[in-house]
Design a protein around this ligand. Structure first.
Ligand code: NAD
Length: 368
């Protein structure tokens, strides 16, 4: 039997976690976050530290995009951690020895597995690398979890597993066996591996199907970043399908709230959509940013790519019900935060932006 740090049998600790979630006491956890230097990973680590969890972070600082951006994310985590309850390991999730050592030396309660090669388009150029990291790395972590009797495994999957489903919104029970890219296949495979480890070894495994996440620290290959880059550098921005695509854009703080809620609730094997629950036209997303910034991007209409789904929209009913997930941030507010970050972190402008107040989350409004 496994015991938590307070000496309680693990099952009891799980029960207490459940109580904490439903308004009882708070318990801090030992959490391994993979992909911690990345966009979603760095926000996840900060949110865990803010609520008092202990975080072991791993990332190999893969050069898919500028490593300086990942180092800057890590530097911001260091500041947030303030020397407490946080350690970073520069390492590869495919490294069997390293992963075994981490699992055996640290008493982990939960793994939040976000490390991946994450570019849908890039996965066509390098399918082998995507299979090695996203499937081999995930298998390596699951094997270590099995041998160490890990309590709970949370996995970042994607809305891309639904392929070109014509029915909106996507529900977790819909078929997910017609992916459009090697990346999406690797993510679906990760979910299936998780199911097998649950079936064979009773591993708690929650797969989170993330829908187009955007926000500060956004990956440079993603729309919000590319859009700002085009606006400020004048570089052309290809608009596939002429911008006539619908996406369920989800602000990163909402995604992270869902990730933490999932980490708190071992539920056997479950799959959840984490989106905002609304489908917004790509062109409208672009126009909203242009309106905020007061400048235009250099858009170039291009034909739609075969690997892009025409539309995505999450049914978040199951996540609402079982995780208490409640996305809050409007596109307008989310894009404002993106712009504010880009201005400071990329353009190096420190003065605050004067923004006319709009109705939204009051905490996001700037002082008048
Ligand atoms: P990201 O690229 O910013 O973060 C992934 C991190 O994983 C990077 O820092 C990278 O260095 C690290 N990594 C890559 N290979 C590794 C390896 N072999 N060992 C250790 N670390 C490795 O991407 P992100 O947007 O933050 O995505 C995080 C997770 O969420 C990914 O699993 C991604 O597939 C998933 N996801 C993201 C989105 C989105 O819209 N951003 C949507 C759906 C799913």
């Amino acid at each position: 039997m496994r015991f938590d740090r307070a000496g309680r049998p693990f099952e009891r600790a799980e029960g207490l976690l459940h109580a904490a979630v439903h308004g009882g006491i708070e318990l801090s956890k030992n959490v391994l976050v993979t992909g911690a230097a990345g966009f979603i990973g760095s926000h996840t680590v900060e949110a865990l530290l803010a609520r008092g969890d202990e975080v072991i972070a791993i990332d190999n600082l893969d050069p898919y995009y500028d490593v300086a951006q990942k180092r800057a994310n890590l530097a911001e985590i260091e500041v947030a951690a303030d020397g407490r309850r946080y350690s970073f390991i520069e390492g590869d999730i495919r490294d069997e020895k390293l992963i075994r050592r981490i699992f055996s030396e640290r008493k982990l309660d939960v793994v939040i597995h976000l490390a991946a090669m994450a570019g849908v388009r890039a996965s066509i150029e390098q399918p082998q690398l995507y299979f090695d990291v996203n499937m081999g790395g995930t298998l390596n972590l699951l094997e270590a979890a099995r041998t160490c009797g890990l309590g709970h495994f949370v996995f970042a999957s994607t809305s891309s597993v639904y392929g070109n489903s014509v029915r909106l919104p996507f529900h977790e029970d819909m078929p997910a066996d017609r992916q459009l890219s090697p990346y999406a296949v690797t993510k679906r495979a990760g979910e299936l591996l998780g199911h097998t480890y649950h079936h064979l070894y009773g591993q708690n495994f929650t797969s989170l199907r993330l829908f187009t996440v955007y926000g500060p620290r956004n990956r440079p290959d993603m729309m919000a970043f590319k859009l700002l880059h085009s606006i400020f550098s004048g570089q052309e921005l290809p608009l596939y399908g002429g911008g006539n695509m619908y996406r369920d854009w989800t602000y990163v703080a909402d995604t992270v709230s869902g990730i933490l809620a999932a980490a708190d609730r071992p539920l056997g094997y479950e799959t959840f959509n984490l989106g905002r629950g609304e489908s917004v036209l790509l062109l409208e997303f672009v126009r909203t940013m242009e309106e905020l910034v007061g400048r235009k991007a250099r858009l170039v209409a291009m034909p739609k790519l075969d690997l892009d789904a025409a539309a995505t929209q999450a049914d978040v009913g199951k996540a609402r019900q079982l995780l208490g997930y409640a996305p809050k941030v409007s596109i307008m507010d989310g894009l404002f935060h993106c712009w504010r970050w880009y201005r400071r972190a990329v353009l190096g402008v420190e003065e605050p932006i004067i923004r006319l107040s709009r109705d939204g989350d009051p905490s996001l409004r700037l002082p008048q």
